[in-house]
Design a protein around this ligand. Structure first.
Ligand code: SAH
Length: 657
């Protein structure tokens, strides 16, 4: 590059040539463009911006005639490349970039290379950076219609200003303006160039600014644009949460393909690179256990299907089956199995269920376990669980029956059963801890579910809170069981994960959730991450127990957070909402603190009554630490099979895939 592109074209300044050969240009281009890093051309760096052609970088720095003591102002940090080269020739570089995401990425690169004499600011560079003035040189790497007054003011006597001047989106003239010792300005032209536009108060007008709200502007600045979900670097953003004990990954619907796939990619990275070994999802314990046995290649518990009158159990056969029986989950399950196959048991990652809707299957699991290990205890357990027998098919009716006084509650029976199982921990555990843990979790689930169905009739908040407390309890037990340093990923709906205290759930309805409980327990070592979309399709039913339909998702309401992201115009992005990580995210956090509507689609979607059925007011930056945005999304692809138990539902899932 130095010989062919620079010397041959007339770059002669030895210090500039040395700097150009010292700075590793490949570190400043996107991974996919690494092979082209030394091409004789500019390259895309995201946000519609480019890293300049090497020759132009050298030409501009040479034209600035920098002394080793020079202080330089650069406008347009971009990738940070020209700042890095300049920093090797001059004493100090102040670089201003209007795109927060680019500035943050550039700052990271410079830090990684140990370059400490560059300060980067996110701001409109057409106003210069007065705090650091005067400058011995000002180099603009974006082209404007005129020379901003602010730059001339901030130029030291004897200093040079290098700038592409001229029409938008076509060739400009590279000009050098020198402030002579006597104060006069002289100008000479250095040739034709083509730069991206200088956008700002004293540059070109932002083509989108006219119809973009300040919040959308802040979103666009802070957004880290994401490549395609399948791209190798899609989940790079999750690395910042790698030290967390729990990373909770949400979704704004239970039927959106992108949410599942993005979550799977992030989870893979947490497992592969950051030592996470627990994937705990919003599914019932026994159903998830069948996946866990598959991914860790553990044998199914013997006798499960033949345990005295308890009917066979088909995992994921209750409504809504598509929530877990879909191709997106299946692909992750296959990946997890092959990942685990190459690792010793303690390093394998397991798949677990946090939810409590499987009272019947969990009772069956407890009984099957005791049948194998302690038949006398099994007989006793059968008697206790018989209390719930009339309600096994329709547990929701149980609560009403108890409340009406016509039937007595089974609370004592299910708790006694749990306690007698826990009392045998040492004895039963000696036959295999994992099976014992599984049985104990099922017994806990039965106890929680019994209470849940009774509380349902006292109001939504009480049963919701019990459910999320149960989920949190399962999560902490999993962490405990996996040792002191265990780390978990949680997959659940945004409504469970986004801190309830920051939404109408907490402020108006006294509801808590697993995200809030994790925040309280783990502080900043819990990462609460939401996902949302503007429009597309979703897999959902119109009514409870109804068939799955692929429904069109309405565009997000104009008073919603989804609309802010839509306005910002990034198709896929990650935003860090913690405010303490970078100035762009602090600005975004501030801009989003005004409450807005947020859309919640569960397994039912009713666009006809969307506002009342699916929107709630929230304060996004209080709810989440990070947010994944997809402008357009599509429905998950369900696996074939009937959702009614015993109707030919393939019991091979996931084994038969
Ligand atoms: N020097 C960069 C190339 C930058 S391309 C490199 O070596 O990679 C021009 C950059 O100028 C873009 O990143 C663009 O976002 C930025 N820019 C445009 N107008 C700006 C303004 N008013 N203030 C600061 N940066 C601006």
């Amino acid at each position: 590059m130095v010989a062919l592109q620079l010397r041959r074209r007339g770059i002669v300044d030895a210090r500039v040539l040395q700097a150009m050969s010292d700075v590793p240009r490949e570190q400043f281009v996107p991974v996919a463009a690494t092979p082209s890093a030394y091409d004789d051309a500019p390259l895309g760096i995201g946000q519609g911006q480019t890293i300049s052609q090497p020759y132009i970088v050298a030409r501009m720095i040479e034209a600035a005639r920098l002394s080793p003591a020079a202080r330089v102002l650069e406008i347009g940090t971009g990738s940070g490349y020209s700042a890095a080269v300049t920093a090797r020739v001059a004493a100090h570089v102040v670089s201003v970039e209007r795109h927060g995401a680019l500035a943050n990425a550039a700052a990271g690169r410079l830090a990684a290379l140990g370059i400490s004499n560059v300060e980067i600011h996110i701001a409109d560079g057409t106003l210069g950076w007065p705090a650091g003035a005067p400058y011995d040189a000002i180099i603009a790497t974006a082209g404007g219609p005129r020379i901003p007054d602010a730059w001339i003011e901030q130029l030291a006597p004897g200093g040079a200003l290098i700038m592409p001047l001229g029409a938008l989106h076509s060739q400009q003239t590279l000009v050098r303006l020198v402030r002579e010792a006597d104060g006069r300005l002289t100008r000479d032209d250095l040739g034709q160039v083509m730069f991206v536009p200088l956008i700002g108060e004293q540059g070109w007008e932002d083509p989108r600014a006219g119809n973009m709200s300040p919040a959308a502007r802040a979103f666009a600045d802070a957004a880290i644009p994401l490549p395609d979900i399948d791209a190798p670097d899609f989940a790079d953003w999750i690395d910042r949460f790698g030290d967390c004990r729990v990373v909770l990954l949400g979704e704004s619907s239970h039927g959106t393909s992108e949410f599942y796939r993005a979550r799977a990619r992030a989870t893979q990275r947490l497992i592969e690179r950051h030592g996470f070994t627990i994937v705990a999802v919003e599914a019932d314990w026994p159903d998830a256990a069948s996946i866990d046995r598959y991914v860790r290649q553990r044998p199914p518990p013997s006798g499960t299907r033949a345990s005295g009158g308890i009917e066979a159990f088909a995992p994921f056969s209750r409504f809504p089956t598509w929530m877990w029986r879909n191709q997106e989950v299946a692909a992750f399950v296959q990946w997890l199995r092959s990942f685990n196959a190459q690792r010793p048991a303690p390093d394998q990652a397991g798949f677990f269920g946090l939810d409590l809707y499987s009272m019947k299957a969990s009772m069956a699991s407890v009984l099957a376990y005791l049948d194998r290990i302690d038949p006398a205890a099994a007989a006793e357990a059968r008697q206790r669980y018989a209390c719930l027998d009339p309600w096994r098919q329709q547990p929701a009716v149980y609560g009403r029956a108890v409340l009406s006084g016509a039937y007595s509650a089974c609370e004592d029976a299910v708790i006694a059963q749990l306690q007698s199982l826990l009392a045998q921990r040492i004895d039963y555990g000696s036959h295999g801890f994992e099976d014992y843990f599984d049985a104990a979790q099922n017994a806990r689930l039965v106890a929680s579910a019994e209470q849940y169905y009774r509380l349902m009739y006292y109001g939504a908040a009480a049963s919701w809170n019990l459910r999320d407390t149960h989920m949190f309890d399962v999560l902490t037990r999993l962490l405990d069981a996996h040792g002191q340093h265990a780390k978990a990923v949680v997959w659940a709906h945004n409504s469970h994960i986004g801190n309830a205290a920051a939404t109408a759930m907490g402020t108006e309805r006294q509801e808590l959730n697993i995200g809030q409980l994790c925040r309280e327990r783990f502080g900043t070592r819990a990462a609460l991450i939401g996902q949302d979309t503007y429009a597309g399709t979703v897999a959902a039913a119109s009514d409870w127990d109804g068939p799955m339909e692929v429904k069109r998702v309405l565009p997000a309401r104009t008073d919603s957070y989804g609309f802010v992201a839509h306005e910002a115009g990034v198709p896929r992005a990650f935003v860090d909402l913690r405010g303490n990580v970078a100035s762009a995210s602090a600005a975004l956090r501030a801009a989003l603190m005004t409450p807005r509507q947020e859309r919640f689609i569960g397994v039912i979607y009713r666009p006809e009554t969307e506002l009342v059925s699916h929107y709630a007011r929230a304060v996004l930056p209080e709810q989440f630490d990070g947010w994944i945005w997809f402008e357009e999304t599509s429905a998950v692809t369900p696996l074939p099979g009937d959702q009614t138990p015993g109707m030919g539902m393939p019991e091979t899932w996931p084994f038969g895939l």
